[in-house]
Design a protein around this ligand. Structure first.
Ligand code: IPM
Ligand code: MN
Length: 404
């Protein structure tokens, strides 16, 4: 049918595909550094999704392009709809074509999903359902969320400066099991005729072992400290979680210093003394809550990148923030979470450590040069919007090329 790309049961209008060229055009005026001849080529599925995803992802793509070109990396970007955008286009939040192409890619770069217009939809037609389906389909069970306080940003913390200074921790969150995903779940009516909504907090031994091994291996490469967070005083899933983590520590990772905290104490300690943490291991819901809480240590969720990884196949790289309907369309949001997610994509998804480092150094350089978006703006720094911040990151990358 003219005007549509036809793939299995969902059709994506061709207009959406051609938008790629517009939104991901390189900013030629900013990129001055001559790129070296590409030796490697990767396919990246780009899923901007809803709201500010459409502001931050084009910035992240520009940054990926330039950092890649400086390391002999080229990409084929496939822009695909997900979330509310997909509901508008084809009536489902995760079109089959999006899933198929995501599976075929080397990595998925995702913006955000969700928009108030869809809030009252049944669950299977909500934008965020697409995210849960995509995570499940790609089997990305390990969610890495680093939280660092760069010295330039110590003034934007919501905590006391001396509390936030030097924080460098990593939350490893189980992503495809637990209360978000386990069965039974649903709605029913009890004997009193009262409506009931219910779900199940369950973890199997193999699920715990799977994520715990990732966390132990990473903790070993960091400062060798792992804190496992649960609610083992109450929840059976947590009781098993603690038992398995304790056993794995003793039998396989004697060199890692392991501690266990209950979720309520962990939340308190994250704001009281965050520097005590190195690697935090936790389940899907506690990890969701702790990562937004921990965003207040550097001072903005607009700074937090994430990676969702499986045993094999493409990972999903996305900023921790959502679609932010209140901020969309104003060019005010911080693209750094998305840009740092692109760095994680290079590091964990493509094993391109040098290009990843270039991006992180460029972000640090932009902060040194005093540029700040509204969420991290403090006295004496230069307030810029999302686009300008993107341009400055490109300029810093460009500069890093000249230094070599
Ligand atoms: C996140 C988000 C998601 C989650 C939602 C949108 C499903 O809050 O990635 O932190 O809870 O995993
Ligand atoms: Mn969240």
């Amino acid at each position: 049918m003219a005007g549509f790309v036809h793939v299995s049961s969902t059709q994506i209008p061709v207009a959406f595909m051609s938008a790629t060229k517009r939104s991901f055009r390189r900013r030629a005026s900013v990129i001055r550094c001559a790129a070296i001849t590409p030796k490697k080529r990767y396919t990246i599925a780009v899923l901007p999704g809803d709201g500010v995803g459409n502001e931050v992802i084009p910035v992240a793509v520009d940054v990926l392009c330039l950092a890649g070109s400086l390391e002999g990396i080229d990409y084929s970007f496939k822009e695909l709809p997900i979330g509310g955008v997909a509901l508008d286009l084809v009536g489902v939040p995760l079109p089959e074509e999006t899933l198929t192409r995501a599976k075929q890619s080397d990595a998925v770069l995702l913006g955000a999903v969700g928009w108030p217009k869809w809030d009252n939809n049944p669950k299977h037609l909500k934008p965020i359902t697409a995210l849960l389906q995509l995570r499940a389909a790609l089997k990305v069970f390990a969610n890495l969320r680093p939280i660092t306080v760069l010295p330039q940003l110590v003034d934007s913390t919501y905590l006391r400066k001396d509390t936030a200074e030097g924080v460098d921790l990593l939350i490893i969150r189980e992503l495809t099991g637990g209360i978000y995903n386990a069965h039974p779940r649903g709605f029913t009516t009890n004997e009193q005729g009262d409506e009931v909504g219910f779900c199940t907090e369950s973890y199997s031994a193999s699920e715990v072992d799977h994520i715990a091994r990732v966390a132990f291996d990473i903790a070993k490469q960091r400062r060798g400290k792992l804190c496992s967070v649960d609610k083992a005083t109450i929840l059976e899933g947590s009781m098993l979680w603690r038992k398995r983590v304790t056993a794995m520590a003793a039998s396989e990772y004697p060199e890692v210093e392991v501690s266990h905290l209950l979720i309520d104490t962990a939340a308190m300690d994250l704001v009281r003394h965050p520097r005590q943490f190195d690697t935090i291991l936790t389940g899907v819901m506690f990890g969701d809550i702790l990562s937004d809480l921990a965003a207040m240590i550097p001072g903005s969720v607009g700074l937090l990148p994430s990676a969702a990884l499986g045993d094999s196949g493409p990972g999903i790289f996305e900023p921790v923030h959502g679609s932010a309907p209140k901020h969309y369309g104003k060019d005010t949001v911080n693209p750094m979470a998305a840009v740092l997610s692109a760095a994680m994509l290079l590091r964990y998804g493509l094993k391109e450590e040098n290009a990843a480092k270039r991006i992180e150094e460029a972000v640090s350089d932009v902060l040194d040069r005093g540029f700040r978006t509204r969420d991290i703006h403090t006295c004496g720094t230069t307030l810029v919007g999302c686009n300008r911040m993107g341009e400055e990151i490109l300029r810093s990358l460009d500069g890093s090329c000249k230094k070599l």
